[in-house]
Ligand binder design. Structure first.
Ligand code: NI
Length: 154
């Protein structure tokens, strides 16, 4: 039996959507005003969903203080109030919300110990949201230090 818990955090960051793999014209056609050279900002709502067994003693699936600390150190301090285009995570990837979801997932996944990271969801505006849940072929970094159940669908 597995339970899930979702916590919501806020993250402000700027970006410019521009791909080195596309021409200037293709960039403008693809990203529209999000391709403007000066960039623009978003207040992202970040939802982190973890899953795991309910601990018999605490009745919880993970230590909330530990989760908050991890998200603060590894996600908020890394991405909050940053120009995403300047960060190493986006040296070879366009800082779209899809790729930001993936970057957050990849930084958190190996660091969670008792619960498993199930999903990262980002709300970029009130009109759109994005989710990333890992990839089947993704390196099993999450196995490091992870002591949960032995389900194979991770
Ligand atoms: Ni944007």
């Amino acid at each position: 039996m597995k339970a899930h818990l979702t916590k919501r955090y806020w993250l402000a960051a700027s970006h410019r959507l521009h791909s080195e793999k596309l021409t200037e014209e293709q960039n403008r056609a693809t990203y529209g005003k999000c391709n403007n050279p000066y960039g623009h900002g978003h207040n992202y709502a970040v939802e982190i969903t973890v899953g795991g067994q309910i601990d018999a003693a605490s009745g919880m699936i993970c230590d909330l203080g530990e989760l908050d600390g991890l998200v603060t150190c590894e996600v908020l301090e890394r991405f909050d109030h940053q120009n995403l285009n300047c960060l190493p995570e986006f040296r070879d990837a366009v800082p779209t919300s899809e790729n930001l979801c993936k970057a957050i997932y990849q930084v958190l996944h190996p660091r969670l110990r008792t619960a498993h990271l199930e999903r990262v969801r980002l709300e970029e505006t009130s009109m759109n949201s994005f989710e990333y849940s890992g990839a089947p072929g993704e390196p099993a970094v999450g196995l490091l230090g992870w002591s949960g159940d032995e389900e194979s669908d991770r």
